[in-house]
Write a protein that binds this ligand. Structure first.
Ligand code: MN
Length: 239
């Protein structure tokens, strides 16, 4: 397989600081293995920025070719954020999401995920969300207690139930065999709270290159209000 990716992050139109992190920082291509991720930090004056950066650095410290699972990378990142907070009391309570994929040379994707950032797969123009949000409202939706519409108005809709940096975590994992023509999206909630899945599908399927698509998505989030930082990784799977 060959992978071509574009990445971008933007502070948005409301916040002063970008607390999202990503890896790799620049666009590129590889026949695999390659490890790509987005992290969305939270907490304290500078904690959010630090938490997401520490997590992304720890999760990408080992080469993509190293015999390390995606899940192990997330556990490593969790420990790194906990350690960083322990070393500096001004960082106490910081946390971060982490959504990470390892794409190997045979076309297998190993996904590991904690928090409310997301991974999506566009296959034959159909968009499928690969991750579940670790949020209170999503848990209530999955229990059938509230509807998606009610979730959008819920007073605690931003409450995250699982983050890195606060203690032991459960990591969601999934393995998917990729196909030629697949397009992957990793993104922070700055995109998905501003832009509907319908619009995301439309932009991903528009046929633009990865880099142009990344910035089209970010521009849509900002045009819709840009209330949060937006981070986007788009990967094309080619033969
Ligand atoms: Mn966010």
């Amino acid at each position: 397989m060959n992978y071509v990716w574009g990445t971008g992050t933007h502070v948005g139109r409301v916040r002063k600081v970008n607390e999202d992190s990503l890896s790799p920082l620049s666009s590129g291509s590889s026949s695999g293995p390659v490890v790509l991720m987005v992290a969305d930090g939270m907490g304290g004056a500078v904690g959010g920025e630090v938490a997401s950066r520490v997590a992304a650095e720890a999760a990408s410290a080992e080469e993509a070719s190293a015999p390390m699972t995606s899940e192990a990378r997330v556990y490593l990142a969790n420990t790194a954020v906990i350690d960083a907070a322990r070393d500096d009391s001004s960082l106490a309570g910081m946390g971060t999401t982490l959504t990470l994929v390892r794409l190997d040379d045979a076309g297998t994707m190993h996904l590991a995920h904690v928090g409310d950032s997301r991974a999506y797969l566009l296959r034959e123009n159909e968009l499928r969300q690969l991750t579940s949000d670790h949020t209170l409202v999503n848990e209530l939706i999955e229990l059938g207690r509230i509807t998606t519409e009610e979730a959008e108005l819920h007073p605690h809709r931003h409450l995250i139930t699982r983050v890195l940096g606060l203690g032991p975590i459960g990591v969601d994992t999934e393995t998917i065999e990729l196909r030629h023509g697949d397009r992957l999206l990793l993104c922070s909630d700055g995109l998905t709270t501003m832009v509907s899945d319908f619009a995301i599908q439309h932009l991903l399927a528009a046929g633009e290159g990865v880099e142009a698509t990344v910035w089209a998505l970010i521009e849509h989030a900002n045009t819709a209000g840009g209330v949060d930082n937006t981070t986007v990784v788009v990967v094309d799977v080619t033969e």
